[in-house]
Ligand binder design. Structure first.
Ligand SMILES: [Zn+2]
Ligand SMILES: [Zn+2]
Ligand SMILES: [Zn+2]
Length: 103
């Protein structure tokens, strides 16, 4: 193949180390999103996921939410579980205490 006669598409990606070229600017624009990725929004975190999946995986692994019940200090991974758990406390509060063995 003679390189002199090979016309390269004029729009080259400016991202460092990326050799991608495109014939139209709109395609280049679309491609550039790949490099922008999904930056992590957490404070002090410099991670950028290339894909949404990668970003979510990072979030799960690095910034796993730890929710604590303020009444008994039990720890939950999910706000839904915490909510379910907290019914235990509200039920106790709203119901007169029944001594065990009377039910
Ligand atoms: Zn590129
Ligand atoms: Zn992060
Ligand atoms: Zn609790």
């Amino acid at each position: 193949m003679c390189e002199q006669h090979t016309q390269l598409p004029p729009y080259q990606c400016t991202y460092e180390g990326c050799q991608m070229r495109f014939t139209v600017p709109s395609k280049l624009k679309r491609h550039e999103k790949v490099h922008r990725g999904y930056p992590c929004k957490e404070e002090d975190c410099t991670f950028t996921g290339k894909t949404w999946t990668e970003y979510m995986k990072h979030k799960k692994e690095q910034h796993r939410l730890i929710l604590k019940c303020d009444q008994c200090s039990k720890v939950f991974r999910d706000s839904w579980f915490l909510q379910q758990h907290q019914h235990v406390h509200s039920e106790y509060a709203g119901r007169p205490q029944v001594p065990q063995g009377q039910l």
